[in-house]
Design a protein around this ligand. Structure first.
Ligand SMILES: [Zn+2]
Length: 121
């Protein structure tokens, strides 16, 4: 089932090809302040209908792009290299979609995985 999402003002709209199986809540310095619930996707499974007000915050080693809507301020999605090999693979990016933006979808119906980013990196 395709799942649609949007930021509050609609300048960011996207479709996910498959439903998230779970979402991740992280307590690292940025996730705890931004409040996103992350659903991880390969770019092939995410279609952006509109990404008109994309703004990007980078920090630290600037490996990841923390995107948000410059108009309404919603945390939208992150773009990170794949780390499954232990090294950043920029040819296989991963998108972390903020599942709080999903429309007509009950995120309370799927499990929340809590990761301890505060102490892991
Ligand atoms: Zn917006």
């Amino acid at each position: 089932m395709i799942v649609k999402g949007s930021c509050h003002c609609g300048a960011t709209r996207f479709e996910l090809a498959v439903e998230p199986e779970s979402v991740t809540e992280c307590n690292c310095s940025i996730c705890s302040k931004r409040g996103g619930l992350w659903a991880y996707y390969s770019p092939a499974d995410v279609t952006f209908a509109c990404d008109d007000a994309k703004a990007t915050y980078r920090w630290g080693a600037e490996i990841g792009a923390h995107n948000f809507c410059a108009r309404c301020g919603c945390t939208t999605y992150g773009e990170f290299p794949n780390f499954s090999s232990g090294e950043p693979d920029y040819d296989r990016p991963t998108l972390s979609i903020n599942a709080r933006l999903l429309d007509d979808y009950d995120i309370a119906s799927i499990p929340v995985e809590r990761i301890d980013g505060k102490n892991a990196w």
